[in-house]
Design a protein around this ligand. Structure first.
Ligand code: MIC
Ligand code: SF4
Length: 763
């Protein structure tokens, strides 16, 4: 282990401590549960806050306190997380934590210019993150170091550990056998402040993988297929545990990619048992000491044999996928669960009138540009060069980390892409999060792009609602970018080369790990000061990018009455609809400014329009944020109504803080995505669900809303709301909630942070 590496002594001691306690905790859990255990249970029980195994928790229902081992934050969410942490009254983080600058970097011309421009444009934010990290003992990864999840996989993830991160794709670390969960910043504050972290004990979905990937099929296709089976809601409240021979045959980064996109099916997280491929990856990334420690407790780092032999008895749901038969998939457009096997794409596209001419192929996003991915995709690019083909679509690549980029460059992979005129963007999120200066996007033309990212919600990559974005494996992105045709099936189809000949692309090949080992000159890490007490964190009062937080007001103890309906959102309302990313990322540290994007992407159920709602005070129609600000100024509370899986997608707590800041008191929906529901609770909002879904239809545009029994707010007791219509009639609607005693405390205090502050002040 290299002492200058970011992997500090602090971590190895922490990992030892986890492995020391694991055997006894697993044994105790096995005896109280009274049956063999899945891997997920072993990790969860090992990380119980009080360490006390007790009778089986009710899966999907019991709130349980956990003690995660570490925290990771990315720049776009770290700002809010750390602005909150600064208020928690602590000198230092209680567990190893890192901040990663990856989201705020534009993709335009290519890495060197783009990175320079982004350093200028977002320097204030990067400096803020660097100085807060330095002060509070947080490891800092500077812009260009890589995408948080690739960097975590390379440096911090370890089998059997538990981590949380302020990004929904934190789940990526499941690829190394962790239970890694995406959360809002307020949850991260709990753990960094040394407090317990609460989660509903998850349900368990087992995915048995048999066979072996072959030909054009890649790890990405496993999750594209699973997404098709489970849909964007099917994993809600569950850990997806992969096992079987097929699982063991996958590379560690491939496993990471599968776990990663578990976020797209709403899963709490996904994980794989420790095996040889994970061990190989640990050793290849300079962590032989971790592999040795893991080998000592190897049997605890995977599910019990009985579980995997009879999974139906131990998991709530079991899915089986035979990798021998799995076809490459392309998912989309507009939702990541619309799964189409490559062989059916042409017919699907024609039937649905999706443009088949592909304008851009993009490789990147989390671990979708690992060394293995770049190696396999470059093998396709190389064939194109050798066979006299050019890309018909534009082609761009964001390597996953500087270590991956440097190594891929040394091994000639980057050069191959460049021979094909690909643009190499920064080691960062780039187009995946809308940080893409795509020429012509403002014309809003109907067009198709294909990428290896996870998400393809409307407007996500380039802001154009008419861009049809499709998700596929990196190697398939390369093939389709070369053909320029969404319907191209490389398994059967040929392409015409510069001599007019018909040529075929052979199936991709590529090393799982670099034969000559990984290398890097500057990995981009900056260790924090050992004593940060003298460091001053400066936030300028006139800054447009950063704003210190003012506490939200506590509940006044009264029923909320006379509230107005701000918007009844129709259909899909993801966090991208509630708090758009792209250009708005620049305000992630400034609550007032970013609130101007509040719900601007949500579809108004009464008009099917976006960002146009009725202001009940003036009778006029206006933008959602402006209307909310008018209600707030008039002292009128408001509420938001929504459909199913409201708040799907990202972990960004801005989607909860903005409405809170703008005076919204409650969000009443058919169902919530997990992270968003917690974020609402943490920020002192009421997150409620219709007891009778059909009541959604009763809500009218001019409604005034009164809570009838909020003063009796108690766990397990539904709330009663009156919707008074303009004709004087009213509907009484029952709303369920999942608040426990402590969470009701957050609501009463105005936010969870207000409680932490009050505690800190007592000491
Ligand atoms: C995303 O992929 O949507 C993001 C950007 O990484 C988000 C976090 C964010 O909104 O900052 C996520 O997935 O949590
Ligand atoms: Fe970044 Fe995209 Fe991964 Fe989110 S999904 S962390 S935006 S690369």
């Amino acid at each position: 282990m290299n002492l200058n590496s970011p992997f500090m002594a602090f971590d190895i001691e922490m990992i030892k401590a986890v492995y020391d306690k694991m055997p006894a905790r697993v044994e105790a859990a096995r005896s109280v549960v009274g049956k063999p255990l899945t891997l997920s249970e072993k990790i969860l029980y090992t990380h119980l806050w009080d360490g006390e195994a007790r009778e089986a928790f009710e899966r999907g229902n019991s709130y349980v306190d956990f003690a995660p081992d570490r925290v990771a934050m990315q720049d776009a969410t770290a700002q809010m997380a750390l602005l909150q942490f600064m208020q928690a009254g602590k000198d230092k983080v209680a567990v190893p934590s890192t901040a990663h600058c990856d989201h705020l970097i534009l993709a335009k011309e290519g890495a060197s210019n783009d990175l320079k421009d982004s350093l200028t444009a977002s320097g204030e934010v990067f400096n803020f993150l660097e100085s807060v990290s330095n002060k509070y003992g947080i490891g800092f990864w500077k812009p260009g170091a890589g995408i948080i999840h690739q960097v975590v996989l390379e440096n911090y993830a370890f089998p059997g550990g538990m981590m949380i991160g302020t990004d929904s794709h934190t789940v990526n670390a499941g690829g190394l056998g962790m239970v890694a969960i995406g959360v809002g910043g307020a949850d991260a504050v709990d753990v960094m402040a040394g407090m317990a972290w609460e989660l509903k004990f998850p349900k368990l979905i087992g995915v048995k993988l048999t066979g072996r990937l072959n030909g054009w099929t890649s790890a990405k296709d496993v999750i594209l297929k699973v997404a098709g089976i489970l849909t964007v809601k099917g994993g809600t409240g569950a850990i997806v545990e992969y096992f079987g021979d097929g699982a063991e045959s996958l590379s560690a980064t491939g496993k990471g990619t599968i776990c990663n996109m578990g976020a797209e099916i709403g899963a709490t997280t996904s994980t794989f048992g420790y095996d040889d491929s994970i061990e190989r990856y640990l050793r290849a990334t300079d962590r032989s000491d971790v592999a040795d420690l893991a080998n000592n407790v190897r049997t605890h780092l995977t599910g019990d044999a009985e579980v995997y032999a009879n999974p139906e008895q131990y998991f709530d749901q079991v899915i089986e996928i035979n990798l021998d038969e799995l076809e490459p998939h392309i998912n989309g457009p507009f939702t990541p669960d619309r799964a189409t096997p490559v062989s059916k794409m042409r017919a699907e596209a024609e039937a649905n009138d999706w443009p088949t001419k592909v304008e851009w192929g993009l490789i990147g996003s989390c671990t979708n540009s690992s060394y293995e991915d770049l190696a396999r995709a470059s093998s396709i690019a190389k064939q194109a060069v050798d066979k006299g083909l050019k890309t018909k679509a534009d082609f761009g690549i964001n390597p996953g980390s500087e270590q991956v980029r440097y190594t891929a460059d040394r091994d000639g992979l980057i050069g191959i892409f460049e021979d094909l005129d690909a643009k190499i963007f920064t080691n960062a999120c780039g187009p995946c999060i809308g940080q893409w200066a795509r020429t012509g996007a403002d014309k809003q033309e109907k067009n198709t792009i294909i990428h290896s990212f996870n998400r393809n919600f409307s407007k996500r990559a380039d802001g154009n609602p008419n861009t049809h974005a499709f998700v596929t494996s990196p190697e398939m992105v390369a093939a389709i970018a070369i053909s320029g045709d969404l319907g191209f099936n490389p398994i059967t189809d040929t392409l015409t080369n510069d001599k007019g000949e018909q040529v075929k692309l052979e199936a991709p090949v590529g090393d799982e790990l670099p034969a000559k080992g990984f290398a890097v000159e500057d990995n981009g890490y900056k260790a924090p000061a050992s004593d940060g007490s003298g460091i001053e964190v400066v936030v300028k009062s006139d800054s447009k990018r950063l704003q210190l937080l003012a506490p939200f007001q506590p509940w006044d103890g009264k029923n909320i009455t006379g509230a107005k309906l701000l918007i009844k959102a129709f259909g899909k309302c993801t966090t991208d609809h509630i708090s758009m990313a792209g250009p708005w990322l620049r305000f992630r540290g400034h609550l007032d400014n970013i609130s101007d994007n509040c719900l601007i992407g949500a579809i108004n159920a009464f008009s099917q329009e976006t960002n146009k709602v009725k202001n009940q005070l003036s009778g006029e129609f206006g933008a959602v944020p402006a209307t909310a600000r008018q209600y707030k100024a008039a002292g009128v509370p408001s509420i938001v109504v929504g459909d199913h899986n409201y708040g799907e997608g990202s972990s960004r707590e801005h989607a909860a803080m903005e409405p809170r800041f703008l005076g919204v008191k409650a969000v009443l929906v058919k169902s919530f995505a997990r992270i968003h529901e917690t974020n609402l609770k943490k920020q002192g909002m009421l997150g409620l669900t219709f007891a009778t879904e059909a009541d959604y239809d009763k809500i009218q545009e001019d409604d005034t809303i009164n809570f009838v029994d909020l003063i009796d707010f108690a766990p397990g007791k539904p709330l009663t709301l009156e919707f008074v219509h303009t004709d004087g009639s009213k509907d009484t609607i029952m709303a369920n909630h999942t608040y426990n005693e402590a969470q009701i405390g957050w609501f009463k205090a105005g936010s969870a942070l207000n409680l932490i502050k009050a505690e800190a002040a007592k000491k």
